[in-house]
Design a binder for this molecule. Structure first.
Ligand code: 26V
Length: 830
């Protein structure tokens, strides 16, 4: 195991101070008084990097020496957020660094705020990858993250006139102090052209790609610091550079326009992260990005292995590839290509190696997120890869035929139609990932069960042993220790600090849930965190919110299935009630939203406009005496998320049951002592199982009920609209001018609820169906909050029962049940 040294090296404050002053001088020819906050951030980051670099070398040397099995976590997205604060936390240097900065007259928060988020991801899937890297390093497992160094990350969101405007995120503008460029590990990646067959003197066929365009992949390494253990793993992200000097394949020498195209390919390839979440768009450049980083990463994995070994057949004993959704699935035919064409293996040998190396995680059952590439596009861009996919498919279809040809009651053609990798002119990436891998996992128990019984049923029938569940988790180092220092300190006072690397220890808080003094302390901390968020809101939105009101929060990507629309319709309903009965009992509420919408997603963007419009009306209506406030937090991201989770009383997890694969925000709220108001969807099911149904507010259709309606029909939102006056009123307010002089503005939202023409069925996500039970659950929230002690008890129990949801547990399960890695031992601590 990764043992801590007997004597932990303490953080040397004097050295850190001198280092900052030296860096400011050396980098900017300034002394501290003259330096800008950005310059001080850069200087401090280089000082921290100095602390990291020795551990980084040690760790990589230990990997060299011990030659352990490694996981390559292949992902199009790593939503890392900021590095400086996180690295100081994991070096156990945060407190010391804070004091040093104070002594220099600087506020650590101001310095941290200078750093742009590394937002190389959209939402849950990318943030999960970042939490996994943190846990892998903290547990001492040999791992690489493999991804893309997008020049522009997730767009910055500005709200203008209530509408979302996307602003480019030039996160590298000031340079990234933690990255290391590694040109010595550059790789060449080839696109397009055609494949010729050459027969060698032994009569063996060789497949050669000719007339291609090539780009050079240059890796940049980012250190992933384990908590307090001296381990530093690597996130390797690839940049694209042109081959330079108009170099072309001999086949195309002299083709000027082709040389220009090749230059352009390199220039555009890694420009920007596609801002879609749960929606497949079929863009050619996206497929190029996928093959680009996968080809470079697989080449590197094979070369690295062969530097130490001579038998490629034993590759799976030392290497495993975890495919984060289907986006990296070209790793399968790429590994096959290298084994067949470069190592001259036979098909069966190559297939055996590949299928023992690759494992696939599914993150969504949303049909519109399934990746299907048109065959003509795929084969034009990746001609040799496509040949290999054809052969994989041919053999798989044969396997289906062998299995089912003589089975009573099974229509083989139907099976092939549903399961083939190539069908209907498309390459189905999920099918390839399942067929060519040794593991398929979902990300919460319910999600995995739905995969087995519905979406991937035929595959489960054929390969039941491949399917397994790995319920997601989050890192408590970022989302409690860094994001909520007051609560972290309190927890440590009560139960010791072992929770930092062993979150289930936090259950020691259970015994305090009934303790009046502990309840008071907890509520005081929550209040301080609400003040911190109120200040942020005042600064960013110029809205005054009451820190004594209930902070009711929904922050996540904007998507119809997540039902932000139901939330805001309910706010409209409460507002109607308050207007009609000004003296009714009402506990003040602050409804907080944060969400980015994919740039081309009309209803999502309109929902943002609706929230902002309702906010304008409600916040400025003196007649309700500030009892309801609505706040839309601009540019929700990893950094402001930490402040938001810490301040939440109510965690809105209200997706249509069966649609949210897991959710991870739900876990971050729980860890910070917010109470879940949610459906029995994704990991909410397991959260409620841990904390008890009496410590959550559960409402709405079950996933079985939703699936039943979807398969058999029988839901008519118009009937609800016609019979329920409260619902009719809010839905009509979308188009009657209450919230917009332009009555047509919100018509598409109105139509999505009632009009069968827009989709197969109106109200695809059962908003009207669940509305009443949601409103009732909200009433229970209010009643519960009036009982301050009862609320505190529930909130403390949520913190105390969050132990399961650490990504340390998730990673340990991946290690035990899929990857089979050993921890590395370090000689000395850095
Ligand atoms: C899919 C696609 C489709 C192709 C184009 C762009 C694109 C970008 C991202 C995705 C992934 C969508 C899947 C996803 O993000 N799932 C989320 O994964 C979280 C981590 O497992 C989980 O907590 C969320 O419930 C799930 O929605």
């Amino acid at each position: 195991p990764a043992e801590k040294a007997e004597e932990k090296p303490v953080f040397d404050k004097e050295l850190f101070k001198r280092s900052i002053l030296y860096n400011v001088m050396n980098m900017y020819r300034k002394n501290l008084e003259e330096a800008t906050p950005q310059q001080i951030f850069q200087a401090a980051s280089y000082s921290i990097k100095d602390r990291v670099i020795g551990n980084w070398m040690n760790t990589q040397k230990a990997y060299e020496k011990e030659d352990p099995k490694m996981v390559y976590y292949m992902s199009m997205e790593f939503l890392m957020g900021r590095a400086l604060g996180n690295n100081m936390i994991n070096l156990e240097a945060y407190q010391g660094a804070k004091e040093v900065l104070e002594e220099l007259g600087l506020d650590i928060n101001v310095i941290e705020d200078q750093e742009p988020d590394a937002a190389l991801g959209n939402g849950g899937l990318g943030r999960l990858a970042a939490c996994f890297l943190d846990s892998l390093a903290t547990l001492g497992y040999p791992a690489y993250g493999c991804g893309i160094r997008y020049r522009y990350g997730m767009f910055k969101q500005e709200i203008r006139d209530g509408f979302q405007v996307e602003v480019p995120d030039n996160w590298l503008a000031e340079g990234n102090p933690f990255e290391l460029r590694r040109p010595e590990y550059a790789k060449v990646v080839k696109f397009g052209g055609h494949v010729s067959v050459r027969c060698d003197e032994n009569g063996r066929n060789h497949f050669v790609q000719e007339g291609y365009q090539a780009v050079r992949a240059i890796p940049y390494d980012l250190p992933i610091v384990g908590y307090g253990n001296g381990i530093v793993n690597t996130l390797r992200i690839w940049d694209a550079e042109s081959m330079g000097g108009f170099q072309l394949d001999s086949f195309d020498k002299g083709d000027y326009s082709k040389a220009v195209e090749q230059e352009n390919l390199a220039r555009n390839l890694v420009d920007v992260l596609y801002p879609n979440d749960n929606h497949y768009a079929g863009k050619e450049l996206r497929l190029k990005q996928q093959y680009f980083f996968i080809s470079a990463s697989v080449q590197e994995a094979v070369e690295k292995y062969m530097r130490k070994h001579d038998d490629i057949h034993r590759f799976p004993e030392k290497v495993t590839f975890q495919l984060n959704d289907t986006h990296p699935t070209v790793a399968i035919p790429e590994l096959m290509r290298i084994l067949l064409d470069e190592y001259n293996l036979g098909w069966d040998e190559a297939w055996d190696i590949t299928t023992r190396t690759c494992a696939y995680t599914n993150h969504t059952i949303m049909a519109e997120a399934l990746e299907k590439w048109p065959i003509d596009l795929f084969s034009r861009l990746l001609p040799r890869i496509y040949q290999i996919v054809e052969e994989i498919n041919r053999r798989f279809v044969q396997q289906i035929e062998e299995k089912y040809a003589h089975v009573y009651n099974v229509n083989v053609q139907e099976k092939i139609r549903k399961m083939a990798i190539l069908y209907d002119g498309q390459v189905k990436m999920a099918h390839m990932a399942i067929v060519a891998g040794y593991s398929v996992n979902g990300v919460a128990r319910l999600h995995t069960e739905i995969l087995k019984s519905e979406e991937l049923r035929d595959f489960y029938e054929m390969f039941p042993e491949r399917f397994n569940n790995k319920t997601n988790g989050i890192t408590q180092r970022r989302f409690l220790l860094h994001g909520n220092p007051l609560l972290a300190q309190w927890v440590t006072e009560k139960v010791g600090d072992s929770w930092i690397t062993d979150l289930p220890q936090i259950s020691g808080l259970k015994k305090l849930a009934d303790d009046a003094e502990a309840q008071k302390e907890f509520m005081e901390i929550k209040y301080q965190n609400k003040l911190r968020l109120a200040k942020y809101i005042k600064e960013h939105n110029d809205i005054e919110v009451d820190p004594n009101s209930i902070f009711d929060v929904q922050v996540k990507r904007l998507h119809e299935y997540k039902r932000q629309l139901m939330n805001i319709l309910h706010v409209m309903h409460l507002y109607n009630e308050l207007k009609a009965h000004p003296d009714m009992e009402f506990f003040p509420r602050t409804f907080i939203f944060g969400a980015k919408a994919a740039a081309g997603y009309r209803n999502a963007k309109l929902t943002i406009k609706l929230i902002n419009t309702v906010a304008d009306v409600v916040n400025n209506d003196a007649s309700i005496k500030g009892k309801i406030k609505v706040v839309f937090i601009e540019n929700y991201n990893v950094s402001n998320a930490e402040i938001i989770f810490a301040a939440a009383d109510v965690s809105e997890q209200i997706s249509t049951a069966s649609k949210e694969a897991s959710g991870t925000g739900n876990m971050k709220f729980m860890l910070n002592g917010a109470i879940t108001l949610g459906t029995l969807d994704g990991a909410n099911v397991e959260i409620v199982e841990e904390v008890g149904r009496e410590n959550a507010f559960i409402f709405g259709l079950s996933s079985n009920e939703v699936i039943h309606f979807e398969n058999n029909g029988g839901y008519d939102p118009m009937q609800i609209f016609n019979t329920d006056a409260d619902i009719r009123k809010v839905v009509n307010q979308l188009i009657d001018g209450t919230y917009s002089a332009d009555k047509e503005l919100f018509r598409p939202l109105y139509n999505s609820l009632l009009n069968t023409l827009s989709t197969n069925r109106a109200d695809t996500y059962f908003i009207l169906k669940d509305f009443k039970s949601y409103a009732e659950a909200q009433k229970k929230v209010e009643a519960a909050y009036r009982d301050r002690s009862g609320w505190a008890k529930s909130a403390i129990l949520n913190v105390a029962c969050s132990g399961k949801f650490t990504s340390d547990r998730t990673i340990q399960q991946y290690v035990d049940e899929i990857w089979h890695l050993d921890k590395v031992t370090l000689q000395q601590n850095g």
